[in-house]
Design a protein around this ligand. Structure first.
Ligand SMILES: Nc1ncnc2c1ncn2[C@@H]1O[C@H](COP(=O)(O)OP(=O)(O)OP(=O)(O)O)[C@@H](O)[C@H]1O
Ligand SMILES: [Mg+2]
Length: 580
């Protein structure tokens, strides 16, 4: 008969692990003497329960460990048997299991039966029946032991279910914790993102309000500067005429002083107009290297020997779209600011480069960034926020106008770029000029120089709403030998044009009722090839130049020589056209 050793099956049956259902239902019988085993099997197997008869105690032990519902043993089989392995297995049963034995005694237990007593104690859950006994007694003892064993199996099932449920619960707990951790992390990430967005939005809001403030300042200063410009024009024109017509030395000297003052005034209004972005800009492709050299040459005597100047132009950043004069003025302003900040000693670097990233509010396009940096004391964020405002200066009364950086700012804006300040206190300052990148220098054909005497005999219709300005200009034109008819408004100008065709229409731009550009358009419907000259320091030069041509603008304030050459230019262009 095959049987396992106690060791091999120690992990089966009541010790958990896999168990064979058929084995678990059976009754083991150990009754070595005579036909005992058959008789017992006949009684206990009556109800259809499977029985297995084993020959030795060692076999019984191994079969019990394999799985059984009950063991029926006669006392002779216990005598001299090695009980230890089975006793150890019984001791270590799972909580639901208490394996039952029925031991059939051949005699009543007496004083000398200590070995038998010990054996019964080792078997633990034992029902002892004395022979001879009736079949009913054995049958009912076996039935109740089986019942008890089946209840143990049910308890095992419930335990297993409970264990499974609690394992599932533990697993759920674990995933719940993981989910809570995940969700917490996602929430904190969302929170970080929202905070970053709020900060970003605040920054943009600040940039926008700063921009709006500069816009309204620009409109205000532009208006004031325009009116001032007209006054300067009158004074300057009158001084020019005085110088031309009066040879008295005292008069000449005073007129020259007044002209010099006008020139200074014109520089101021020029800066204001630049800030207001109403300066007439002549946007061209500028060679940055040449520009740097010119500025260095101009700045050198002003900066003194203790200021070092360095210039770098990176590949690809050689050309920008800008007005040459305004750019020179801007870079000169920046160099002088740096000189002043460094107290006349230090290093100024001009650098042109191609930027990787554009600042906010700058329309997407190709830009060159021109940096002017110094190693002076730099400025605090408070000051840096105000430097572009007109009249903001930290220099003493009479020392600074506070218009230098305003000119730089307006010029950059009007050129389609932007000016920014970048400074950390104690680490110098950098002013950045972001300008549109240009492809290459477009060399314009130099304008033919026309002498004033070329104007003699030209019939000019002069339209200007400011009586003083008009009278001054008319005087000047007459002094060149022109015939001048005058009108005080666009409407009067049209009347005059209908009466007679002049050689040239010279008109102011900003007039009540009708602008110079509208008047010019009207004049061109009457006389399609009439030469037109628009005098202004304020208007959108691009629009006029677009409508009337690049030579049609006379920038205010102008010197007499400018007026003469502008008139000669449009008259000459006209003559060239008719000759061609
Ligand atoms: N490179 C610089 N380093 C430190 N501060 C500067 C620098 N450039 C300008 N600033 C600050 O910006 C202010 C405004 O400069 P801005 O050129 O507009 O006027 P200004 O230099 O004071 O007057 P002006 O240009 O008429 O001489 C200066 O007064 C100074 O406080
Ligand atoms: Mg300055």
């Amino acid at each position: 008969m095959p049987h396992d050793s106690a060791q091999d099956s120690a992990h089966d049956g009541a010790h958990g692990g896999a168990h064979d259902d058929a084995d678990e239902q059976r009754i083991l019988i150990l009754a070595p003497r005579g036909r005992d085993a058959d008789v017992i099997e006949g009684v206990v197997g009556r109800a259809g329960v499977a029985c297995a008869v084993v020959p030795t105690f060692a076999d019984l032990a191994s079969q019990v460990m394999r799985g059984a519902a009950l063991a029926v043993v006669t006392d002779e089989a216990l005598a001299g048997a090695d009980l230890a392995p089975l006793a150890a297995w019984l001791e270590a049963q799972e909580p639901w299991s208490d394996f039952p034995f029925i031991v059939l005694l051949s005699h009543r237990i007496g004083k000398g039966d200590s070995a038998l007593k010990a054996a019964l104690a080792a078997l633990a859950n034992v029902v002892v029946l004395e022979r001879p006994l009736s079949a009913e007694t054995l049958g009912s003892a076996a039935a109740s032991a089986l019942r008890a064993r089946y209840r143990q199996y049910q308890a095992r099932e419930i335990l297993v279910e409970r264990q499974a449920a609690s394992a599932e619960l533990a697993a759920l707990n674990d995933t719940l914790e993981a989910k809570v951790v995940d969700r917490t992390r996602a929430l904190s990430q969302a929170n970080d993102r929202i905070t970053a967005e709020v900060i970003e939005r605040e920054k943009t809001q600040q940039t926008i309000s700063h921009y709006q403030k500069m816009e309204s300042l620009g409109r205000l200063t532009g208006g004031v500067a325009h009116d001032f410009n007209n006054l300067l024009n009158v004074i300057q024109g009158s001084m020019d005429l005085l110088l031309l017509t009066n040879s008295d030395e005292g008069v000449q000297r005073r007129a020259a002083t007044a002209k010099a003052a006008c020139a200074r005034g014109a520089k101021l209004t020029g800066q204001l107009l630049a800030f207001a972005r109403n300066q007439s800009l002549d946007l061209q492709s500028l060679d940055v290297g040449t520009l740097f050299r010119n500025v260095e040459e101009l700045a050198r005597p002003l900066l003194g020997a203790r200021v070092e100047i360095a210039c770098h132009v990176e590949a690809g950043a050689e050309f920008v779209a800008a007005d040459a004069n305004q750019m020179e003025m801007a870079l000169l302003n920046l160099a002088i600011n740096a000189h002043d900040a460094m107290d006349g000693q230090g290093r100024i670097t001009f650098r042109a480069s191609l930027p990787d990233q554009l600042p906010a509010l700058l329309a997407p396009a190709d830009y060159v960034r021109i940096d002017v940096s110094d190693n002076g004391p730099g400025m605090s964020p408070d000051i840096a926020a105000k430097v572009f405002e007109p009249f903001f200066t930290t220099k003493g009364v009479g020392k600074g106008t506070g218009l230098g950086l305003s000119q730089v700012y307006g010029m950059a804006q009007q050129s389609g770029g932007v000016a920014l300040v970048n400074s950390v206190p104690g680490q110098g300052a950098t002013i950045e000029l972001w300008l549109r990148r240009a492809s290459a220098r477009v060399v314009e054909a130099p304008l033919a120089k026309h002498a004033a005497h070329a104007l003699a005999g030209l019939a000019i219709l002069l339209v200007e709403d400011d009586d003083l300005v008009r009278a001054g200009m008319a005087d000047a034109l007459v002094s060149f030998g022109c015939t001048v008819s005058q009108a005080g408004s666009g409407g009067d100008g049209i009347q005059a044009l209908r009466r007679a065709r002049p050689d040239i229409l010279l008109t102011d731009y900003l007039m009540p009722g009708m602008t110079g550009a509208e008047l010019a358009a009207e004049a061109r419907t009457l006389y399609p090839d009439l030469p037109v000259l628009v005098a202004t320091g304020y208007a959108d030069m691009g629009a006029i130049e677009g409508a009337l041509g690049i030579n049609a603008v006379l920038r205010k304030p102008f010197q007499l020589a400018d007026l003469a050459s502008a008139v000669a230019r449009v008259a000459g262009a006209r003559r060239d056209c008719t000759q061609a």
